[in-house]
Design a protein around this ligand. Structure first.
Ligand code: BTN
Length: 241
């Protein structure tokens, strides 16, 4: 493992491996010895997505996971900030692109999904934040109500390791702002990227399905849905239109 050490980036010890099953698993092995760390891989054979789905591999795309200490009471805000930092990095590279955040943190580029994020607990307050970014190619998604795209397909040229560095710098700067100024400025920024804000949406989670108007994101990072003139706080789920 040590031979794959690259350098420190924005405070994380960065390991770039030729091939792994899932970077979320590798970070868990590494986190016994080295924190905070980030693991990326050129190939990922068993990438996981949310809700037990697979994350398909395309050579040249970015797969990485970094460790982060997150107080449990702040988890939902962090989930939003992690996605916001991604939207901002893409916006910096392509200011004219149509970038949207699908609550809580999927990033859509020109109407198609370009990034997926999977948080898994390592131990106590330490989380594995696994991110897949379609840099050069996108898989054919058959069982989802949206298509996938890549930065390259949308005219954005970048390379996976350079993009990883930009992301960690951005996240670290957004986190510093959060610690100094609180969640409000980031919540405002998040809302500017929000997909389907003010529209009728459906949220599905393990317990139920709810349809209503997407009113806002609250101060905790939860989605506020207006159902029959009442406001409901949605803590987790997948958003559909
Ligand atoms: C999703 O949108 O369903 C989340 C996808 C997360 C994929 C990334 S790729 C790097 C990390 N390792 C994994 O096995 N999954 C995440």
């Amino acid at each position: 493992m040590l031979s794959f050490y690259k350098k420190k980036v924005a405070g994380w010890n960065w390991y770039d491996l030729p091939e792994v099953i899932s970077t979320n698993d590798t970070i868990k092995e590494l986190s016994e010895k080295d924190l905070p760390a980030v693991v990326s891989a050129a190939k990922q054979s068993g990438g996981r997505g949310r809700r037990g789905r697979r994350w398909q591999a395309v050579s040249g795309n970015l797969y990485f996971t970094f460790s982060q200490s997150i107080p449990v009471s702040e988890l939902s805000r962090y989930v939003c900030i992690i996605g916001l930092s991604m939207a901002k990095v893409i916006k910096k590279t392509a200011p004219k692109a149509n970038i949207k955040l699908k609550w809580p943190n999927d990033v859509f580029l020109n109407g198609k999904k370009v990034t997926g994020i999977l948080l898994e607990n390592i131990k106590n307050n330490i989380w594995a934040i696994g991110i897949g970014v379609n840099i050069v190619g996108s898989p054919d998604i058959k069982d989802m109500p949206y298509q996938a795209t890549s930065l390259k397909e949308e005219g954005i040229d970048t390379e996976r390791t350079a993009f990883l560095e930009q992301y960690l710098e951005q996240f670290s700067s957004d986190l510093a702002q959060y610690e100094k100024e609180g969640f409000e400025p980031l919540r405002t920024e998040w809302l500017k990227f929000a997909l389907n804000l003010g529209q009728e949406i459906t949220i599905k989670n393990d317990e139920d399905i709810k349809t209503g108007i997407f009113l806002t994101l609250d101060e905790e990072g939860y989605l506020i849905l207006k159902i029959d003139n009442k406001e409901e706080r949605i803590i987790a789920g997948d958003l559909f239109i």
